[in-house]
Design a protein around this ligand. Structure first.
Ligand SMILES: *Cc1c(COP(=O)(O)O)cnc(C)c1O
Length: 440
């Protein structure tokens, strides 16, 4: 077991890799490596790339902002990129009133949790200290985020140091109890949540991804599920905290996913696509009710106890502002709605492959669950990790994959053309077919 890599790669068994392809440049949908090879970026560089790489308008915005103000803190000061971006985000997000900027999705979720807990202290409700969430949800890799979005396969090693949360099953269509329709299963999930929230007045907030669980394996919520949860929360005085880090800004086909789900949160976070995928940045938005509770005399100590060195970084903020302008200029949401029809049209073709147990898609994301055979629905296994095997096979077809367990994720840059999306799907089909000979 040796590897010559000094760079520790994320969620990776380093001994499986003697070397990693070195990417030297990227343009449009393509990543170019040091040996002259190229791969289509099938995961939007971890679900964040919007326009493809090297988009001229975004590059010039970075250069422009960098020439005048690279970084200056928001401690005691402000700057135009943060101010303008907050106006823009508040215009986009119905019912939201103030914004806290941070550096990545995990920090945005830490802030969401702190806001929710401190809100109840601020208004003198000291019993509300628990957080409810959905099983299989994912909200980031830091301790608060791991506690709330507890995915056992990822985080069991840290269990003893995570705070406990109240977790509810999530409605799904695949792997549900036998003899139950997905609608019956959904109703059962909702009733469980409703009953607990009605009798348990210790719950401060209900935290969930908006529209779908992504890292949990592309579990797309049934049509009214999120709206039903929002209603239950409202009725029982529980804050609704939504995570749109992966699903907002067009990934599921809507600019603001909570709006299309008819559910108004008290707190909502965005990350990943906010800068178009070029810099690290995130935002947590709250309603007036929440932010007003933090006002008072200094001595009351009601202000938010949170801050980061790079909070509201001007370069990232200017870039986000430009990115959001381009959404409008190029009518990106319309384009996504059109392009994503290709996923739908080709679902059956993918489902028919022997190793495919289930295919789920919405907007610009598709999850393909690989199974040994359609009868057992047992996950595939290989002599190496599924991710490594799929990655190597995908590379032969010029596609960059990063699987989640036994699930192939197709999460291309949002502005991908129909032609490139078909190339991605063709390469995915070829890749899956070539896997059968490699099963353990
Ligand atoms: C990626 C992700 C996060 C964490 O964001 P990072 O920028 O990786 O810290 C949180 N929630 C969801 C839904 C995500 O997909």
């Amino acid at each position: 077991m040796k590897n010559s890599n000094s760079v520790w790669h994320p969620n990776t068994q380093m001994s499986e890799w003697s070397e990693f392809p070195e990417i030297v440049s990227a343009k449009g949908m393509w990543l170019y490596d040091s040996k002259g090879g190229k791969m289509l970026d099938g995961v939007a560089s971890m679900w964040c790339n919007v326009w493809g790489h090297s988009k001229p308008e975004l590059i010039s915005e970075i250069i422009k902002q960098t020439k005048t103000l690279q970084h200056c803190s928001l401690f005691n000061l402000t700057h135009s990129p943060a101010e303008q971006l907050s106006k823009k985000l508040l215009n986009l997000n119905p019912k939201m009133h103030s914004i806290f900027f941070s550096d990545n999705g995990s920090t945005a979720m830490e802030i969401s949790i702190k806001l929710a807990l401190q809100y109840w202290r601020n208004i003198g409700e000291n019993k509300k200290t628990n957080i409810a969430s959905l099983e299989n949800g994912y909200h980031g890799d830091t301790f608060g985020a791991m506690s709330v979005g507890y995915v056992p396969e990822f985080f069991s090693k840290f269990r003893s140091k995570l705070f406990s949360t109240i977790q509810f099953p999530v409605p799904r269509s695949f792997r549900i109890p036998e003899k139950m329709s997905s609608k019956e299963y959904e109703d059962q999930c909702v009733v469980k949540i409703e009953k607990r929230l009605e009798k348990d007045n210790s719950i401060a907030a209900f935290v969930m991804e908006s529209g779908a669980q992504m890292a949990g394996g592309v579990i797309i919520y049934p049509k009214n599920f999120q709206r039903r949860i929002a209603k239950i929360c409202k009725k029982n005085d529980v804050l609704l905290v939504l995570d749109e880090i992966a699903t907002g800004f067009g990934r599921l086909g809507s600019m603001i996913e909570y709006e299309s789900q008819n559910s108004i949160p008290d707190i909502v976070s965005f990350g990943k696509m906010i800068t178009g995928g070029y810099q690290t940045f995130a935002a947590t938005l709250t309603t007036k009710k929440i932010s007003n509770s933090f006002l008072g005399e200094f001595s009351q100590m009601k202000h938010l106890f949170h801050g980061h060195t790079y909070t509201g970084n001007p370069t990232a903020a200017a870039l986000s502002l430009k990115n959001l302008e381009l959404y409008k200029k190029y009518n990106l949401i319309k384009k996504i709605q059109k392009t994503s029809k290709i996923f739908k049209e080709r679902t059956e073709e993918i489902s028919n492959i022997g190793l495919v147990g289930d295919v789920r898609h919405k907007g610009m994301v598709m999850g393909i669950e690989l199974v040994r055979n359609k009868k057992s629905n047992k996950p595939v296994t290989f002599s190496q990790s599924t991710n490594k095997v799929v990655f190597e096979e995908g590379r032969k077809n010029n596609i960059y994959f990063r699987t989640l367990g036994n699930i192939i994720m197709l999460v291309p840059p949002l502005a991908i053309s129909q032609k490139d999306l078909n190339f991605l799907i063709d390469g995915t089909i070829k890749t899956i077919k070539s896997l059968s000979g490699k099963l353990l």
